[in-house]
Design a protein around this ligand. Structure first.
Ligand SMILES: [Zn+2]
Length: 60
């Protein structure tokens, strides 16, 4: 067996996080965690629910 077959191995620590929106197949590049102990959740930009300025609707 050749020893140069590491290209198909996922490096340790690399976790593929895709958009968690149901049916969405995009890469989840935008993460949000409710706290330091809360698990990170990931969405694509289209489904990211914590956009800082979504049409300026920042009513509080
Ligand atoms: Zn999405």
């Amino acid at each position: 067996m050749p020893t140069d077959d590491t290209s198909n191995k996922t490096p340790a620590g690399i976790y593929e996080h895709w958009c968690e929106h149901a049916g969405c197949k995009k890469w989840g590049g935008f993460g949000f965690s409710a706290g330091k102990s809360a698990p990170m959740r990931w969405w694509c930009w289209a489904h990211y629910p914590y956009k800082p300025n979504a049409n300026g609707s920042l009513s509080s």
